[in-house]
Design a protein. Structure first.
Length: 348
């Protein structure tokens, strides 16, 4: 099968350097980290990775988490509590919504990327506020209007948390994610959550922020305190991956070329794509049965594409979620387009 549903956007998950770092560190230090970070689980390799990420993000401090899901629960629950307000984009990732629930703060949502709706919610409150958004929306592939979101939050004295799971490594010439895409100045950086399971091709996550936020998380983030540290071998693999993300610009350039090729080809077939310039290219088919049928037909032809249905996406917005990777070739993308043409004719 040719997979178009992996989040390994830069094709790093199988890279030799990354595998070697993983194996060498497992040989030297074993597999299990043995304890939480605050006990003996925090190895020299974890520390090196945190320091390298401080450099990469330009933030003051970085804290590692064992997964992105845990990082999102931990950062919102660690910073917010009853009486506070968490304001979220309607299409935010499930882990952000769950983090808000766990914190017991009042949760308010605004229509997707609607900045005037966000401002109305900011005006209506005098509680402590955290505005939370995906950097790249995981099912639509569009990018948060960050300059406006930051300006509004600053004006109304609210904190900001950006989940850049799908932007990190991919967006910006240096792969620094949606902050680099929008050229956000280093004196107005929001709290950023990033994951390693996507473009970095490994596993785990981090939160980057200022001293006060990170110290607060170390004290109060239950998904940081009460869980076993990730194996050092994974941190070593992520360090190797970070080096490739920073130096191998051709991966991002190749990915962009494949995205353009796919979008142009799909347009020629008369398919309606969403307004996405990222590796996430959804084809909305609306009808759930049709989406499932098309997904199965593609599978029959050897193509694996995500079939996304409600409640993951709104009712009437079932879709094929095509994700592209620098590991694909131009020929792979042409073949997918041919298969889509054949299959969609049958389905209509
Ligand atoms: C994948 C994802 C997460 C969760 O990260 P994991 O490391 O897989 O737990 C969080 N937020 C977004 C937007 C994601 O796409």
């Amino acid at each position: 099968m040719l997979s178009f549903c992996s989040n390994d956007y830069l094709g790093l998950a199988t890279h030799l350097n990354i595998k070697k770092a993983f194996i060498d560190t497992a040989n030297a230090e074993g597999v299990g980290s043995g304890a939480a970070h605050l006990l003996s689980g925090h190895s020299r390799t974890h520390q090196q990775l945190e320091e390298a990420l401080v450099e990469f993000t330009g933030q003051r401090r970085v804290l590692l988490f064992s997964s992105g899901y845990q990082a999102n629960l931990g950062v919102i629950d660690g910073l917010m509590s009853r009486g506070d307000k968490v304001i979220q984009d309607k299409l935010n990732h499930a882990s952000l919504l769950d983090g808000g629930r766990l914190s017991e703060a009042t949760q308010v949502r605004y229509p997707h990327a609607d900045m005037s709706a966000l401002e109305r919610r900011l005006v209506q409150t005098d509680s402590r506020c955290l505005v939370v958004s995906d950097g790249v929306f995981s099912m639509d592939g569009d990018i948060v209007p960050l300059p406006e979101l930051l300006a509004l939050s600053k004006k109304h004295h609210a904190g900001v948390l950006i989940d850049d799971a799908h932007g990190l490594g991919v967006l910006g010439a240096k792969g620094k994610g949606c902050l680099e895409h929008w050229q956000i100045e280093s004196d107005s950086l929001p709290i950023v959550m990033g994951t390693f399971g996507k473009a970095f091709g490994t596993a785990g996550a981090f939160v980057a922020a200022d001293e006060v936020v990170i110290e607060t998380l170390i004290q109060q983030s239950r998904t940081f305190v009460y869980t076993t540290a990730q194996p050092a071998a994974i941190a070593a693999a992520t360090l190797a991956s970070l080096e490739l993300v920073e130096t191998e610009h051709w991966r991002r350039e190749k990915l962009q070329a494949l995205i353009q090729q796919f979008r142009l080809g799909a347009k020629e077939l008369g398919l309606t794509l969403m307004d996405s310039m990222t590796a996430i290219q959804p084809l909305v088919l609306a009808d759930v049965e049709q989406a499932v049928r098309v997904g199965k037909a593609l599978e029959g032809k050897g193509f694996l594409v995500g079939v996304i249905r409600p409640p993951t996406v709104p009712e009437g917005a079932a879709r094929l979620r095509v994700t592209l990777s620098a590991a694909h070739t131009e020929q792979d993308v042409s073949q997918l387009l041919d298969a889509l043409e054949a299959v969609l004719c049958i389905a209509q």
